[in-house]
Design a protein around this ligand. Structure first.
Ligand SMILES: [Zn+2]
Length: 306
């Protein structure tokens, strides 16, 4: 799933590659990929707009268009934007639909095409006319929490953690608290902070939160430098994979040895996602582990009885 650094990489790609391009025509090949307005309107309204600056808000890509309109993209599980230069013959398009799950073609006056591809069709593109606000049209964007790279402070996170008994990992994944941190970067920043993902959020000391804020910024910035994480479903705008995964400390490395202390990396389920940690670098009490195991068992049994 694309996370903040991947989305940031796409935004930078859009700004360097399609700024000033004008939309010539739009072809929607899969109606579910359009979030707003109705498909026919979407295709018609987008034509003639010039692409302005793109910005990232959480994992949303918000592109300003001429005449005060906006285009918003959320890649969700497997969406991606690809700029294609080659001639777009019907045979070529057919192949792209079959092999690359091409869903929306945005043909540009320059002859190039911006393609939206999405295997699992969870992602969306919205057109927001001047008369509407992005927050009013695009679900979820108005409720997003702070941007970790620019607005996250120690005081804010202490307040967000205060009196919460849920594991710190779950709080980091809550998009209403911090926008854009997903599974990979939550695991990585907790490792570098020496904080176990199972610890109750409210139990962290001020000094730990201070370290964590610094590590979140460090991990995200480093990943942006490397062009995001290499994931099966993620590619940047030119179709080149990012490189963060090779640099991961714990994410995706269950049962491998920790590169700091050589202990074996553990994996647990939290908020429905796999969490990875080193039991030596990120200690946790037996009582908390037992509580987590009991809660997981109870969850499993309640699912089985349904
Ligand atoms: Zn370790």
């Amino acid at each position: 799933m694309p996370e903040l650094p991947e989305v940031e990489t796409v935004v930078r790609g859009l700004n360097s590659m399609i700024l000033g391009e004008v939309v010539k025509s739009v072809d929607v090949l899969r109606e579910d990929s359009v979030g707003h307005p109705a498909v026919k309107q979407f295709a018609k309204l987008l034509v003639g707009h010039e692409f302005g600056l793109s910005q990232r808000r959480g994992k949303y890509i918000v592109t300003s268009l001429s005449k005060g309109a906006h285009m918003v993209v959320h890649l969700r599980m497997s969406g991606r934007l690809v700029l294609r230069e080659e001639p777009h013959t019907p045979q070529k398009i057919k192949k792209l639909v079959e092999n690359d799950f091409l869903r929306i073609r945005i043909a540009l006056e320059s002859g190039r095409e911006l393609h939206y591809e999405d295997m699992r069709v969870f992602g969306r593109i919205w057109y927001v006319p001047k008369s509407d606000t992005v927050g009013g049209i695009v679900p979820g964007i108005a409720a997003l929490g702070v941007e970790p790279l620019t607005d996250l402070t120690v005081d804010y996170l202490i307040e967000a953690f205060r009196s919460k008994s849920q594991p710190v990992k779950n709080t980091l994944l809550d998009q209403r608290i911090i926008a854009g941190i997903g599974n990979i970067y939550a695991d990585e920043s907790l490792f570098l902070s020496g904080i176990n993902p199972l610890l109750p959020s409210g139990s962290l000391k001020e000094q730990q939160v201070e370290v964590l804020v610094g590590k979140i910024v460090e991990v995200l910035s480093r990943s942006i430098e490397l062009g995001g994480t290499t994931l099966r479903d993620y590619q940047n705008l030119s179709g080149v994979n990012g490189d963060y995964q090779n640099a991961a400390w714990v994410y995706g490395r269950a049962k491998e040895t920790c590169s700091v202390c050589e202990d074996i990396i553990e994996r647990v389920k939290l908020a429905g996602r796999s969490s990875h940690y080193c039991p030596t670098c990120q200690p946790v009490s037996k009582a908390i582990l037992r509580r987590h195991e009991a809660a997981s068992r109870a969850l499993k049994e309640s699912k089985n009885s349904k």
